[in-house]
Write a protein that binds this ligand. Structure first.
Ligand SMILES: Nc1nc2c(ncn2[C@@H]2O[C@@H]3COP(=O)(O)O[C@H]3[C@H]2O)c(=O)[nH]1
Ligand SMILES: [Zn+2]
Length: 463
């Protein structure tokens, strides 16, 4: 009911206003405000702006302040040490803040992930094709872009009419379905997929297998550990978890990884297979199921022996041969950390042991059978690796190298070097323990001898 006269200047949303009566006294704006008329109108006046808009006006003053600051430092000739230290601390905190902001935005909103913002140079594209690629140098958001590069550079987008947006949504969903656990996480998924990608290029599989086969292998590698809980099949079965119940103790984890993969593909916006014929879809689904289920290590010997039997007359056009080779390729990629440079591989072992020890600790707490190779009281870094390399990696990698001799240099040699490294470490640990045991025995003997002498003295005294 008030008739207000606004002063000439236009009021903006950030302005702070005051109201005056005809005699120039400030009046309270409240429901009890008296009605006025055209002759006794109130007057609104802008008295201030809010702080945010004022900061723009402050910027010349801030510039001046920085100038003065610089001058003071110049006049002092040298920045005091304490200031340098503080500056470093601020810089490192800033970096941490940037990283955690990037991580937060990545884990919460797909829209914030700008796939086109990362420029992938030709050099990176080439490096991506080799087993020497260092995953530790890349952020997870960057890995998603690199995965997109792999699908693009293998011509999957054109061959299967995959829309870039569908691929990005699919990759983001895959990222979201890996858990934040020490080993079986999104970084492991990236490494396995990257190794598969590298092997495809090194062995020239683009000219030996069909595009569909390559799509099956790369996508299986990407999805092979989806939603891994960090506890293996033996634990699932012994603890009678929901997964073991659902899959009747038959490869519960691998069945689950595969089911999660097809759950993601069932979302229309993530379905990279939507433009394929029913027949092609069935072929890809069947192939992925076989490859992902083949990563269950309890089937290792069965699959390796099949491959060995085919080896002398391996035929790329034989359907059965091809299927076994595809399984072997996914398996090799899955356990290929030791084929990478030592500085890349060793941190992975720490992650693996952390997950192993976590499982065996839980088994001990729950009174379940303790998985021996995960027991912190029984295994060490070198002992775990020497056995794994001797009995699992070398036999498997040697077999694949028979079919592709170029892999000798790319995966067999680094694994042999890793075996030497961990054997030396194991020997050094044993020698150290030997010295310790020797010292303890010498100490015990000395105590015993001294004890004898004391007893003899006593006997002599009392005689
Ligand atoms: N000791 C050892 N085991 C490995 C290594 N890489 C993979 N594995 C094992 O191989 C298994 C492959 O399947 P999983 O992912 O279930 O669990 C993996 C580990 O148990 C390694 O470098 N050292
Ligand atoms: Zn894996």
């Amino acid at each position: 009911s008030c008739v207000c006269q606004i002063k000439k200047e236009k009021a903006e949303p950030h302005h702070i206003l005051k109201m005056y009566n005809m005699s120039g006294t400030v009046v309270n704006i409240s429901p009890r405000l008296e009605a006025n008329s055209a002759d006794s109108c109130y007057r609104l006046e802008v008295v201030a702006s809010d702080l945010q808009s004022e900061t723009c006006k402050l910027s010349p003053a801030l510039d001046r302040l920085h100038q003065l600051e610089r001058k003071v430092i110049e006049d002092m000739a040298k920045t005091p040490e304490i200031i340098c230290e503080l500056k470093n601390q601020v810089e490192s905190f800033k970096k941490k803040l940037e990283v955690s902001t990037a991580e937060t935005s990545l884990s919460s909103e797909p829209a914030s992930l700008n796939f086109s913002s990362l420029q992938v140079t030709e050099e990176v594209r080439e490096h991506l094709k080799t087993p020497t690629f260092d995953n530790w140098q890349w952020e997870e958001a960057e890995m998603l872009v690199l995965l997109q590069v792999m699908y693009t550079d293998l011509d999957f987008l054109t061959a299967f009419q995959i829309e870039p947006e569908a691929l990005q949504n699919f990759l983001f969903e895959v990222y979201c379905h890996y858990n934040n656990i020490p080993f079986h996480n999104f970084q492991h998924c990236f490494c396995v997929t990257q190794m598969m990608y590298g092997l495809i290029w090194l062995t020239d599989l683009r000219n030996k297998l069909s595009r569909v086969d390559l799509l099956i292998m790369l996508t299986s590698a990407l999805c092979h550990d989806l939603d891994h809980p960090g506890y293996n099949n033996v634990y699932q079965i012994n603890a009678q978890t929901d997964l073991a119940l659902r899959y009747n103790d038959i490869s519960p984890l691998e069945n689950h990884h595969c089911a999660v993969a097809f759950g993601i593909l069932a979302k229309p916006e993530c379905n990279i297979l939507k433009n394929l014929s029913n027949e092609q879809y069935k072929l890809i689904r069947g192939g992925m199921i076989k490859c992902i289920l083949a990563t269950d290590m309890s089937r290792h010997n069965e699959i390796l022996n099949k491959f060995k039997a085919m080896q002398p007359v391996f035929n790329f056009t034989n359907k059965e041969h091809k299927e076994v080779l595809m399984k072997i390729m996914v398996k090799v990629s899955d356990i290929s950390n030791e084929a990478r440079p030592m500085e890349v591989a060793e941190p992975w072992l720490d992650c693996l042991l952390q997950e192993f020890f976590n499982q065996s600790d839980t088994e001990k707490l729950k009174g379940l059978p303790v998985t021996p190779f995960m027991d912190r009281d029984k295994v060490s870094k070198p002992s775990s690796q020497t056995s794994f390399i001797r009995f699992v990696l070398l036999p498997l990698f040697t077999e694949l190298t028979k079919l592709f001799p170029c892999l000798e240099q790319h995966i067999l040699e680094p694994v042999r070097r890793a075996l030497e490294y961990y054997s030396d470490m194991e020997k050094a640990t044993k020698e150290e323990e030997g010295v310790k045991t020797g010292f303890v025995s010498y100490f015990i003997l000395s105590v015993l001898k001294l004890n004898c002498r004391i007893q003899i003295c006593f006997m002599k005294v009392f005689q």
